[in-house]
Each structure stands twice: as C-alpha cells, then as structure tokens.
Design a binder for this molecule. Structure first.
Ligand SMILES: Cc1cc2nc3c(=O)[nH]c(=O)nc-3n(C[C@H](O)[C@H](O)[C@H](O)COP(=O)(O)OP(=O)(O)OC[C@H]3O[C@@H](n4cnc5c(N)ncnc54)[C@H](O)[C@@H]3O)c2cc1C
Length: 331
C-alpha cells in the first residue's frame, strides 16, 4: 500500500470540492473493496476522502410509491428493509446472495455499484491489464477465462461486473442520483455502467469527482413476484458465474410486462430489450421463456473456457422467468 493522506468530508459540497481539486483522490465509504485494492497497489490515491459520515443513510418512501436509498445505506439495511423485502424481493435476495454478513454490514449502496471486476489478471499486478493500465494488453483473452464475459466484450477487455445488487437494479430500472461540480444529475441505471470498448479503464459514466448520493427505485407493483437466481461455484461467498433478476407481470396466463437482467455475462448487467419485447402478449410457458432466452443470448461470443455460460444463462433465464410467473419466491 502506498502512503496517502486522509480527509473527512464535512458535506457533499466539501466532498466534491476535495475530489475535484485533487485528481488522484478517491472516496472511501465502507472500504470493503477499496482497501483490498489499495493493499495490492491496484489503486494508488494521493488522498482518501472519507464520505462515511455524510447524511446519505436514509431509505425514504417517495410520494409515487418508489424508494430512495441513500448512497451510504449499508447493504444489510437495504436487504432487511421491510419495503424492499415486500415490494422488491429481487433486490433483497440479490444483496443477500453476495459477500458475507460482516461485509454486507460495512458495504454501502454507492460502494457496491462501484466495486471493480474480480478478473484475476486485473487483481494480479504481475500480469498486464488494459483495465489497470490502458495499452498493456489483456491476458484473459487467451488465458484462464471461465469467469469472463460472453456478451459486449471487446478486444481490450473481457472482464465482467461482479455486483449482484446491480443486476437487480438494472431489472428494476433504478436511477442513480449524483452530484459534481456542475451540480446534480440523474443517470438511468442501464446507462450507469459501461461496456469496455477501447476504454476498459472506465467502468461507469461517472465524471471525475462525481459522488453518488442516492438511488431511486421506481414503483413497480409486479416486482413483488421478482426472482433472483445466482449460479456459482460454491453456494456461499462466491461471485456469480451467471445470475438473473426477473419479474413477470401476468394477465391470466398472458405476459403483460416483463423485466430481466443477466449478471456474470458482461462488463455491465445485461438487459435484452429484444427478448423482453418478444415476451409481451405471449403465454407464460416454458417454450416461450426458452425462446426469450435464445434471443437474449443470440449475440453471445464465448472465449476458450466459458462456452458453458451460454447454456447456463439460457437455463437460468428460463427458470427465473418461470418462477416469477408462478408468483415468485426463492429460486
Ligand atoms: C470477500 C468478498 C466477497 C464478496 N462477494 C460479493 C458478492 O458475491 N457479490 C457482490 O455483489 N459483492 C461482493 N463483494 C463486494 C462487496 O459487495 C463490495 O466490496 C461492497 O459493496 C463495496 O462497498 P463499500 O461501501 O465497502 O465500498 P468502498 O470499498 O468504500 O468503495 C468502493 C468504490 O466505490 C467508490 N465509492 C464508494 N462510495 C461512493 C459514492 N457514494 N460515490 C462515488 N464513489 C463512491 C470508492 O471510491 C471505491 O472506488 C465481496 C467483497 C469481498 C471482500
């Protein structure tokens, strides 16, 4: 770990000012991802700006029935919140499927969105990595890549986003509130994370110095039947090989509306609008869900060790949609 100075932000304005006046400064919230990264020299900030005491710790019910989650609400408090459990079980279950109780007690909403990939080549500074240092190359493309992307990857980077919570938020059409030197703005969740393209060092569309202040989850009555299915090497304390967050709204046996997002397949949670549109008006049955899964994965390009992910993702989509169509529950 390199030396850095520590400063505690006294307000949102102070946090943004500190971050923009020192381009090598970084925010720290729960520290459960950043401190690990500091220890292995992935990040070498000149300054840590501690935002953990700022007033962003509330979960508020909004006038339209949606929820606003402060950026510093812990993952545990989101997952345990009565409204989240009742109305957005996808979100609660996605969070509980990740990390451990102790980590979730420290981890925050904002930090979860900005955790970085678990690609082993990114984590091991003995290897080159375009995400760490643009222009170095990507050894994962010809290396051990069973955990890596099958959708939206580039010749520069095949890493996947590791956040379970983000998969649920993508399916729920959440919105990210941020503040920077230019003031406040909102970023639709599906546009928050980026595909790698030729700038794999950028995970998100946040501008330098911008701070996440809260997340808005719109009202979505049928999200009550939502399902989060996570498939992984171990049933605990492991990142997703494939995950699916899905919610189906039925009128009789016909699909009125549907949302689903896939994790473990790309540099961002993956939504297939084509597959969702295909499902509208169809009968909720296995063959329909299978066809939607085929559409969602039609552009998949496997690497040498991860072609298994294509079939796994299709089956996970089918299963998550089937369970949600039957009223939801644990997948
Ligand atoms: C052993 C282990 C297992 C894990 N397993 C899983 C898992 O299975 N699934 C899963 O989803 N996650 C998993 N995690 C990751 C965990 O969820 C994240 O570490 C955590 O959510 C990060 O939150 P934090 O508040 O600690 O972030 P920090 O570590 O404080 O920060 C992370 C990043 O976010 C930035 N940041 C933080 N808050 C803000 C803000 N408000 N605005 C702008 N920038 C901000 C920081 O600068 C930093 O770059 C695991 C972590 C560990 C250590």
């Amino acid at each position: 770990m390199n030396n850095f100075t520590y400063a505690r932000a006294s307000s949102l304005k102070d946090a943004v000012q500190k971050a923009t006046s020192d381009r090598n400064a970084m925010f720290i919230a729960g520290g459960t991802n950043l401190v690990d990264r500091l220890k292995v020299f992935l990040d070498q900030p000149s300054q840590l700006i501690d935002i953990s005491r700022l007033e962003m710790k509330q979960i508020e019910k909004m006038a339209n029935g949606g929820l606003r989650l402060g950026a510093l609400v812990t993952n545990t408090d989101v997952a345990d919140h009565a409204d989240v459990r009742r109305n957005y079980p996808i979100l609660s279950r996605a969070i509980l499927a990740g990390a451990s109780q102790q980590i979730r007690n420290m981890a925050t909403v904002g930090g979860n969105l900005l955790q970085r990939t678990r690609c082993p080549y990114y984590y091991d500074t003995a290897f080159p990595c375009n995400k760490r240092q643009p222009g170095q190359g990507c050894p994962a493309i010809s290396g051990i890549n069973r955990m890596h992307a099958i959708l939206g990857a580039s010749e520069e980077c095949v890493a996947v986003n590791p956040s379970d919570m983000s998969v649920a938020l993508a399916a729920l059409d959440a919105v990210v509130d941020v503040v920077g030197t230019q003031g406040k703005r909102q970023i639709p969740f599906t546009e928050f994370h980026r595909l790698p393209g030729n700038t794999p060092e950028r995970d998100t569309n946040l501008e330098p110095g911008e701070l996440i202040t809260s997340l808005i989850i719109p009202p979505l009555p049928f999200a009550k039947s939502g399902v989060y299915l996570k498939l992984r090497d171990r049933t605990s304390y492991a990142f997703a090989l494939i995950s699916v967050a899905a919610a189906v709204d039925l009128a009789g046996d016909k699909i009125q509306t549907v949302r689903f997002a896939i994790g473990g397949v790309a540099h961002k949670p993956w939504r297939s609008k084509d597959a969702e549109e295909f499902l509208i008006g169809k009968t909720a049955e296995t063959t329909t869900f299978q066809q939607a899964a085929e559409i969602a994965l039609k552009e998949a390009k496997p690497l040498s060790h991860n072609s298994y992910k294509i079939e796994l993702a299709k089956r996970a989509i089918r299963r998550a949609l089937t369970i949600s169509a039957k009223g939801g529950g644990v997948a």
